[in-house]
Design a protein around this ligand. Structure first.
Ligand code: SF4
Length: 699
């Protein structure tokens, strides 16, 4: 029988609504994507990734039973679930006994549903009693999250729904390329321009998004902090500060003004490469607009100064009165499918559900009460993602790791080093629908369900909690992570509190989040389905949810937003004589994150078959490199080889590599794990490299 189910795309943070038609006669994978025009975020539009997502369900691209390795270096072999789970439980318990609870680690992902993220955090703290749990969202949104909390007292990616974007007067998009990362969202920016608004794009590359802008500022990588300060300088100098707003709703402007005044236009041109005339144009457009928004993405955020860079852009919004008002504000375009919810419910090293701090006694007492444990037994904050990976198998580090929804062998910075650390573990357990590059290193691989095969909620970039629905059955040998956690908890002596179904977990999550910043108490599966999602905070069932934050007051103790007042500083690694160029990395339209899913979809692979190195014609001429010829890119951490793609859309001092592929062309072999001191975000977005012809080498 054929059925249709309203659900959502498995990939990015837009979480586009889609309708799945399923049944035995519906294609090889048993599912087909139809439009779901009534869902407000994408109104039926999908990109190629979403349209082709059913290919992920086919048996020949995914795991259909557990795999075990009998000895280090030996092959993976098929196993039954009881044997695999016994091996995991015995391994985790053995490491805990020999080396202590913190020698067992958990590494989650920003694509996991809220229920899985919540349950993973609870499993780590209640069953394993380890402090060491973190997730790959640390590599994604953590700098924006830290800056958001510092300025506004609360972190939600967008403090307004996407539907507000077309109605602002001037929008600055910083280090974001939605034309490739989330194409259906481009409509909002186009509507803005059709309504007479101005779009300014800040990006070292003239991306497809930049090509749609009224003004494109093309700073050198790492220049966006100085650029924001330069714009603030000009806004102040031109008398465009909203003095009334600053006095009534903010604190700390004097410090921000002093910092900005040290970034005069000529200096900022030297620091960024953006001509003074362009700076003046941008400052006037934004400063004189009645309403305005700044949206950042990974460009400014994935830096060792990411929190301060975002802080400087927020300062520009605050100084011009463009925050906490209708049609104005700062926001972050989150990346992963549940990038927002994944950081709210406890899989982050320093957090408990509801976006609570694990160091806060009241928060610990509340969550411990919901979990039925003594607050004293909850561990404290653990290591951040890169620090956790860097310490694997080292004295004092994690020796047994349970990893779900992540593929750090491709996606972590300094990935060659991280792969070595994973190999040094006593036990690596990977739960994944596919045999990812990281799963290939595991001692035990647990095949788990994916989006169309399970119920669960995610929270999109707007803070809208949405519901994915189970549309078809998984293959017989596949189980959900929730079931796996229940089985492991029981083997480790905890028989209650780990249901295998999603809705009871969500109902517990609601209670655990009640009263926290990310309060889901009033959100239910029934409401989400009836209302096309519910925006948090939503403290009770009669509450309508909160699409727009901060309109009356900011979430700080005094209700005022706080200026960051930061100054420019160089990246952790700037080009020099040995490594004279910048490398920046990012995504392409047809692939997603580490490519573990999209590299298994034939039509996406046909559109984007492999890595490349984008370089300017002048640089290519200097290196005597032609289109398609192999080049090597070398940083202090390693070397990658990929074909050249020669284009004048990139700065001559910069090369670009997409990061979706393993092997010789792996971009993250090169990237710098230098961390932001506040967010612990690695500096993915820039490092210093040397580029040479790579004659005679295989890609
Ligand atoms: S934009 Fe994102 S959520 Fe929408 S279809 Fe594409 S990958 Fe899926």
């Amino acid at each position: 029988m054929t059925t249709t189910t309203d659900t959502h795309c498995p990939y990015c943070s837009l979480q586009c609504g889609m309708r799945l038609r399923t049944g035995p006669e519906v294609g090889a994978a048993g599912a087909e994507v139809l439009e779901r025009p009534g869902f407000p975020v994408n109104r039926g539009a999908l990109c190629g990734k979403g349209r082709s997502a059913p290919a992920l369900l086919a048996r020949d691209v995914r795991l259909t039973g557990p795999l075990l390795r009998d000895r280090p270096g030996g092959p993976l072999r098929s196993a039954g679930w009881p044997e695999a789970l016994d091996r995991v439980a015995e391994g985790l318990a053995g490491v805990r006994e020999r080396h202590g609870a913190d020698a067992v680690g958990v590494f989650g992902g920003g694509g996991l549903t809220n229920e899985k993220a919540y349950q993973l955090g609870k499993f780590a703290r209640v069953v394993l009693r380890t402090a060491n749990i973190d997730y790959n969202g640390r590599f994604c949104m953590s700098s924006a999250a830290a800056a958001h909390r510092r300025a506004f007292g609360l972190d939600r990616g967008l403090p307004f729904p996407l539907e507000d974007i077309p109605h602002t007067d001037c929008l600055i998009l910083v280090g974001a390329n939605p034309a490739e990362t989330m194409p259906p969202a481009l409509r909002y920016f186009r509507e803005l321009r059709e309504n007479g608004g101005t779009l300014i794009v800040v990006d070292p590359r003239r991306t497809r998004t930049a090509a749609e802008a009224d003004l494109h500022l093309q700073p050198r990588p790492g220049g966006d902090l100085a650029l924001a300060l330069g714009l603030l300088h000009l806004v102040i100098a031109d008398g465009l500060v909203d003095e009334e707003f600053v006095a009534a709703r903010t604190t700390g402007f004097d410090r921000a003004r002093a910092a900005a005044m040290a970034h005069w236009p000529d200096r900022v041109e030297r620091l960024t490469g953006v001509p003074v005339a362009r700076l003046r144009e941008a400052a006037a457009l934004f400063g004189r607009a009645a309403t305005g928004m700044v949206l950042t993405a990974r460009g400014p955020e994935q830096q060792s100064k990411g929190t301060d860079t975002v802080g400087a852009w927020i300062d520009l919004c605050l100084a011009t009165g463009k925050a906490g008002r209708p049609r104005s504000g700062y926001g972050c375009l989150t990346g992963q499918g549940n990038g927002q919810g994944g950081r709210e419910h406890g899989q982050k090293a320093d957090q408990l559900p509801g976006y609570r701090s694990i160091e806060d006694p009241a928060a610990r007492a509340h969550v411990a009460g919901v979990w039925g444990v003594d607050p004293e037994t909850l561990p404290g904050a653990g290591r951040s993602a890169y620090e956790l990976l860097d310490g694997l198998g080292q004295p004092g580090g994690v020796r047994a790791l349970l990893l779900a929804g992540s593929n750090p062998v491709v996606s972590a910075p300094n990935a060659g080093h991280v792969a070595g650390r994973l190999r040094a573990l006593d036990l690596l357990v990977v739960a994944d629908p596919v045999l990812s590059e990281t799963a290939r290193l595991a001692d035990v691989v647990l095949p788990v369900t994916q989006w169309a095969e399970e119920d669960g909620t995610t929270t999109n970039l707007e803070g809208r909690v949405i519901l994915r629905r189970r549309a078809l059955d998984p293959p017989e040998g596949v189980r959900s992570e929730l079931w796996v956690l229940r089985e492991l908890a029981a083997r480790l002596g905890v028989v209650d509190g780990f249901p295998a179904e999603a809705e009871p977990v969500f109902d517990e999550l609601r209670r655990a989040s009640a009263g926290g910043d990310a309060d889901y108490a009033g959100i239910s599966y029934r409401r989400i389905a009836a209302e096309d999602g519910v925006f948090w905070p939503c403290p009770d069932t009669a509450h309508p949810g909160t699409p727009r934050l901060f309109l009356d007051r900011f979430a700080t103790p005094d209700g005022r937003a706080r200026f960051a007042g930061v100054t420019h500083r160089p990246a952790a690694e700037e080009p020099d004589r040995d490594y004279p160029l910048y490398l920046t990395t990012g995504r392409v339209l047809a692939q997603y994150q580490s490519g573990a899913q999209t590299r298994r979809v034939p039509e996406l692979n046909a559109a984007a078959p492999g890595p490349f190195v984008e370089l300017h014609p002048r640089l290519a001429a200097r290196l005597a490199v032609g289109e398609g010829e192999l080049v090597s890119v070398t940083s202090r951490r390693g070397r990658a080889v990929a074909p050249a793609r020669v284009t004048d859309t990139i700065r001559p001092d910069t090369v670009f590599m997409p990061f979706h592929w393993p092997g010789a062309g792996r971009a993250n072999t090169l990237t710098n794990p230098a961390l932001d001191p506040v967010s612990r975000m690695p500096e993915f977005k820039l490092c210093a490299v040397r580029v040479e012809r790579a004659e005679g080498e295989a890609s």
